[in-house]
Design a protein around this ligand. Sequence first.
Ligand code: G4P
Length: 522
Amino acid sequence: MSLEKEIQRRRTFAIIAHPDAGKTTLTEKLLLFGGAIQVAGAVKSNKIKKTATSDFMEIEKQRGISVATSVMGFEYKGLKINILDTPGHQDFAEDTYRTLTAVDSVIVVIDVAKGVEPQTEKLVQVCRMRETPIIVFINKLDRVGKDAFDLLDEVEEKLGLHVLPLTWPIGMGKDFKGVYNLYQRGLVLYEPNSKMSNKVEITNLQDPIVNKLLYRQADTLREEVDLITGVYEPLNVSEYQAGALSPVFFGSAVNNFGVAELLDCFAEIAPCPKSTATAERVVAPNEERFSGFVFKIHANMDPKHRDRIAFMRVNSGVFLRGNPYLHVRSGKRLRFANPTAFMADKKDVVDEAFPGDIVGLHDTGTFVIGDTLTDGEMLHFKGMPSFSPELFKYVENGDPMKSKQLWKGVDQLMDEGVAQLFTTSSGRKVIGTVGQLQFEVIEYRLKHEYGATCIWEPLSMYKACWITSDYPAKLVEFKRLNAQYMATDKHGRDVYLANSEFRLQMERKNFSEVNFHFTSEF
Ligand code: G4P
């Protein structure tokens, strides 16, 4: 198959949600409908298996959250679909932000009873910044929740999305009868736990059969559908693909309901890989020459081996096993004897991969997040920012015999993107995170993977921001006056550790010539 055809059939996306909205359940049902797994429970039981065999994953077991991000690929109607899983816990939001740089579209899951939750807001904001096309799935219709019209308003208001319902719910909770498919015209009747939806094709909602099937809910449905068709324009796929219009589906993932409609529509309209910006130029997926970037580094689950897997997204050309590729940051050529591809519940060695595919590369400490690989061209993919951390602690060595191990471990964990390291003007090391849990992960991993003990010392700070200025004298003055709050990041760039929101605002006012950056990419 030609490169162009391979690109056209790729759909790489992530499911995002506030924890408990049903992301894992929906992922599993999509795999089930796609024929990639045969039994429900496979996604979760896979997690449990890993937990049982690895120390590190004890954290996951204890806390019941998914610390890791993984990839599940499957074939569906001639398409190669790659689902990138994202950690549910908000303390790992940064991991999720990075995963979002490696997808071409997303599905947002919302709990019908809870509506738009804070984590959903943050994640959708990142998608909107990147103009990522979004489909919304409103889940748990088998329970009583918010009114569907109110929910659409909430999604528009809180998420800033321009929505278009493509299915419409008929009742909810005990009265949930199914959905009306506005896109393909037809009733889909709800039967809990049935893998197949019971579809009734109807060309006209006035058909008496609708009364027979829905009784008193038939008239409500007709009124609501009238209202919807009066308010909303038909689906414009280009608008969706430009990130300007979000189709909405209703269903119940745990009951296999509404998932087939979602998957079929997704397969039809979701975008294939697009061009990507680098610092040097825009790279089109159908260029012959290979390029890709690392968006995630995953620690080996076996504490005896410190090797890691770097997750690379192919952006252009064909990635071939065994070929020497340029690791742009180091200038070295690297060969990968056993690159892996991820298929549903297993991973396999792969000989070639195409744009949109995610390849797992065996890494002994070469990669850092955001690294670019090419077949020779000096390119640097953009859009892998670190966000301003909001929690800080001094990190000190707790075991004088293991100082080397500690700092090596800290360095490698930072390369993986677990947190950010700053060195203050007095030479102390500060670790900044977006969530408390990351400190525990770092401590745990330093102990189990590096045999090192770290001691945390509290540090009350509000935010870290990168500072630059076109006026060198002003920058020097700012740094002099704020010497005790100054630090450098891993790359030696100036970072201001503001101890309060008030202080930050004041300094921004006092030093209007200094730029304060809240992501590391500026
Ligand atoms: P997450 O990955 O977004 O965190 O959510 P997950 O899929 O784990 O789902 C969270 C809970 O919501 C699970 O219940 C799941 O069974 C339930 N759920 C998912 N979809 C639906 C739905 O359509 N209707 C209803 N009523 N519940 C749904 P749990 O009790 O936490 O776990 P489990 O014991 O059922 O696995």
